[in-house]
Structure formats: structure tokens, C-alpha cells
Design a protein around this ligand. Structure first.
Ligand SMILES: Cc1cc2nc3c(=O)[nH]c(=O)nc-3n(C[C@H](O)[C@H](O)[C@H](O)COP(=O)(O)OP(=O)(O)OC[C@H]3O[C@@H](n4cnc5c(N)ncnc54)[C@H](O)[C@@H]3O)c2cc1C
Length: 406
């Protein structure tokens, strides 16, 4: 039986940073990692370039986690995006910000991040056990941990096993089972940060076209669940882009999605149409649509959907055709048939219920000495470096608290 003061289950960004900070405080720490190497998800993050964090300040960060920003308040203030940037600088890995605010290592190589974390584990005497899948955890006076490499015991335990997506990286949802066995409630998990499939996908021909900062609404029947502004991208088979990925946490099969492609409400479109038609009745409908600076392929597609021939003059359009076209442009509702699965979702929504975790320490409210960090918790961030930052900040908050209690 190997004994530690602090055992971290799962070597993702949350677990590794927590272990490094605990090690730097002189706490006898070990990481138990299922795969042959830690940080497999870091390696694929940001298409292998690793978008570590974002230029936004902490206040802005707190708006990037759906309804769960409040839970992350203490962790993100105690180890802020700026602290993370300073950390990498101090450790000799320069970071660089892109125009959109995403921050990457200057080398644009995730491997440089993972290699640095390995060397810091060594520096702070963190023991790493790889190919060491945890099978069971229990708690009496200490935590008992049964793994494929034998038994461990620890005064404190961090569960940082990640979510359920990209299971080949090691994140397969086992942490929920451990938390449940220790009495915790799990909020239903599903992939998020994922593209969305809609019924009779009408945008196949528009693959590659994107819209910037348009209104995106999610409906459950007639109830609008969410409205926000974001960028969308048409692909060959589904809708993607940051505005879709970030809102996927609010979507479900059977819900509806609506977009406003021209930035004005339907009644204003109607006014524009009537005034344009009165003055330019001989012009083609597509010329009128061109006044909204829409891509030509998109105009063709919308006219096709509204069953209006391309050669139609604006004065020849009847009221129904005019209104159908306007609704496609401003408020048409597309039925969601499915969300991307665990093979394409970049994060997991749901997880360990935040109500049972102390947000000031990341310690369980039910079991003393039990901590949680990262995606295993019921938190998920937008695209842009918000998930890795949250995993790291929650992991560090846990080890800071353990440092105070030992
Ligand atoms: C394709 C893709 C791209 C992404 N890009 C970005 C990005 O650029 N920026 C960003 O902020 N976020 C990105 N994310 C999300 C981000 O990578 C995750 O949110 C983050 O890695 C979560 O960190 P974590 O420490 O909670 O868990 P994870 O990184 O998932 O790590 C969990 C670890 O626990 C181990 N484990 C699981 N079960 C056990 C067990 N039973 N015993 C022992 N070990 C176990 C796993 O093997 C794994 O190593 C991306 C995700 C994907 C899938």
C-alpha cells in the first residue's frame, strides 16, 4: 500500500496543475493516470496548438460558463487568467495572443505545454503513476484507492478525471462513478461544444460560408430558452462555428434554432421591401437581397428555400412569397435532430453537482478531504481557452486549501 498526503486521480490540466502546486507547498503528492501518458487532451486542444486561456479579464471570464460562472468566481480570482499567463512566462514558455483573444504557447505546440508540466512535476517531487487506472475509491479515516497497479491510501483526494468526450484521451466519465460512490449527486451529462444537426439540412451547398455576430435563438416549442449573438459556420452536414458550439449546452433534440441573418426584425424587413419595391419594382429580388450584403450563394439558397425563381422581379412577388422570404432571413425555426456525440463534442455539460462542492475551496461538502477539479464538475466553458483555464484554476484552489489544512 502506497501512502500519500494528496492523491490526484486523472492527469489532465486540472489534476496536473493541482499536483504541481501541492508539490511546491511540500505536500507529498501523487498523480494516478489511466493512460500511458498524462495530458492527452491537452495534446489535441486547439488542434494541437493548445489554446490555454484568453485575454479577457476575470470578470469577463465569469460570463463564459453559461449559468455556472458564479461557482467559479473564487477559483478564477485566486488563480486568474493573468496569473496563468505569468506562470508560463516565469517557467520559460512564452505565450502569444491571437486577434480573437485566444492565447497559445508561442511555439503553437501542445507538446511544449505537456513537457513543461512533466518537468515541473519532477521539480516538485510529484510521483506520477501511469497506466494506473483507478477502479474504486472509498473513505474511512483516509481515502482507499484501488487501481490496476495496486492499492493507495491518502489523506486527501482530488477527482479530476474529466468529462465523457473524446474517450480515447482517457476521459470516459469514471469520476462520476467514484463521486457517486462517495455520496455525490451527478447532473445528467452530455457532450457540448458540439456542432448541431438540423432536419432536412438545407445548407449543404453553403459549406464554408460563415456569418459573424448574428442573433441565434434556441426554442423549446414556443419558449425562447436563449438568445445570444455569435458566429456561425455552415458545414457539409451540420451547423458549427463558435456561436453554435457555445450555445450547444442549451440545445436538445427536438428543440429549434432560429437565426437573424440580416440584423433587423421581420417588420423592418417588410418596410424595406415595400419601399424598395415602390422605387425599384423592375429590379430582381436577388438585387434587393444584395442590399443586405449577403453572400451570393446564400441568396440563391434562401430564394430556393422560399421557392422563388432567381429571375423573379421584385414587383412580381406576392405577399406570401415576400413574407416567406423575410421569415427565412429573420426568424425561421430549424428543428434540431441531433447534437454531435462524444466523438466530436469538445466538452461535457453536466457532472458533479456544484451545490455539493464548496466553491471557495473545491472541497466536497459531504466528505472531508475530497476535492474536485475541471470538467468532471458540472461546469463547461465557451470555446476560447475557458475550459483549460477553469480546470487549472479549480485544481489550484483545491491544493491551496489542502496546504492550509495539513
Ligand atoms: C478536441 C478538443 C479540443 C479542445 N481544445 C481546447 C482548447 O484549445 N482550449 C480549452 O480551454 N479547452 C479545450 N478543450 C477542452 C479541454 O481540453 C478540457 O476541458 C480539459 O482538458 C479538461 O481538463 P480536466 O483536467 O478536467 O480533464 P481531462 O483533460 O479530460 O483529463 C482527465 C484525465 O483523467 C484520466 N482518467 C480518467 N479516468 C481515470 C481513472 N479511472 N483512473 C486514472 N485516470 C483517469 C484521463 O486519462 C485523463 O488524462 C478541448 C477538448 C477537445 C476534446
Amino acid at each position: 500500500m502506497k501512502k500519500y498526503d494528496y492523491i490526484v486521480v486523472g492527469g489532465g490540466p486540472g489534476g496536473i496543475f493541482s499536483a504541481i502546486f501541492a508539490g511546491s507547498l511540500g505536500i507529498k503528492t501523487a498523480i494516478l493516470e489511466k493512460k500511458n501518458r498524462m495530458g492527452k487532451k491537452i495534446l489535441i486542444a486547439g488542434s494541437g496548438q493548445c489554446n490555454i486561456t484568453n485575454t479577457g479579464d476575470t470578470k469577463e471570464f465569469l460570463t463564459k460558463y453559461g449559468d455556472h460562472g458564479k461557482f467559479l468566481r473564487t477559483s478564477l480570482y485566486k488563480f486568474s487568467p493573468k496569473d496563468l499567463q505569468d506562470f508560463f512566462k516565469k517557467e520559460g514558455l512564452e505565450l502569444v495572443a491571437r486577434e480573437d483573444g485566444k492565447i497559445f504557447p508561442i511555439t503553437k505546440k501542445s507538446t511544449d505545454v505537456v513537457n513543461l508540466l512533466y518537468s515541473l512535476c519532477k521539480k516538485y517531487n510529484v510521483d506520477i503513476f501511469e497506466n494506473c487506472e483507478v477502479l474504486e475509491v472509498s473513505h474511512k479515516e483516509n481515502f482507499g484507492i484501488i487501481t490496476k497497479l495496486g492499492e493507495f491510501s491518502s489523506k486527501n483526494l482530488l477527482i479530476s478525471t474529466g468529462g465523457i468526450t473524446y474517450p480515447a484521451t482517457g476521459s470516459e466519465g469514471e469520476g462520476y462513478k467514484f463521486a457517486k460512490s462517495l455520496g455525490h449527486k451527478i447532473i445528467e451529462v452530455k457532450p457540448c461544444l458540439t456542432p448541431v444537426f438540423i432536419r432536412d439540412y438545407p445548407f449543404v451547398e453553403l459549406a464554408g460560408i460563415s456569418f459573424k455576430k448574428i442573433s441565434i435563438s434556441v426554442y423549446n416549442e414556443d419558449k425562447r430558452m436563449k438568445e445570444s449573438f455569435g458566429d456561425i459556420l455552415f458545414t457539409h452536414k451540420n451547423l458549427s462555428g463558435p456561436g453554435i458550439l457555445d450555445n450547444s449546452r442549451y440545445m436538445k433534440k427536438g428543440y429549434f434554432l432560429a437565426f437573424n441573418f440580416i440584423g433587423i426584425p421581420f417588420p423592418t424587413y417588410k418596410e424595406h421591401f415595400i419601399s424598395y419595391s415602390n422605387n425599384n419594382g423592375k429590379n430582381l429580388v436577388k438585387t434587393f437581397l444584395g442590399t443586405y450584403k449577403l453572400p451570393e450563394r446564400f441568396i440563391k439558397n434562401m430564394m430556393f428555400e422560399a421557392q422563388i425563381p432567381e429571375c423573379m422581379k421584385i414587383s412580381s412577388l406576392n405577399k406570401k412569397e415576400r413574407d416567406d422570404l423575410g421569415r427565412y432571413l429573420t426568424e425561421y425555426r430549424y428543428e434540431i435532430t441531433k447534437l454531435g456525440g462524444i466523438d466530436i463534442g469538445m466538452a461535457t455539460s453536466g457532472g458533479i453537482d456544484t451545490k455539493e462542492i464548496n466553491p471557495k475551496t473545491m472541497e466536497s461538502k459531504l466528505v472531508k478531504g475530497l476535492y474536485f477539479a475541471g470538467e468532471v464538475i458540472d461546469i463547461d466553458g465557451d470555446t476560447g481557452g475557458y475550459n483549460i483555464q477553469a480546470a487549472i484554476s479549480t485544481g489550484i484552489l483545491a491544493s491551496k486549501n489542502i496546504g492550509k489544512t495539513l
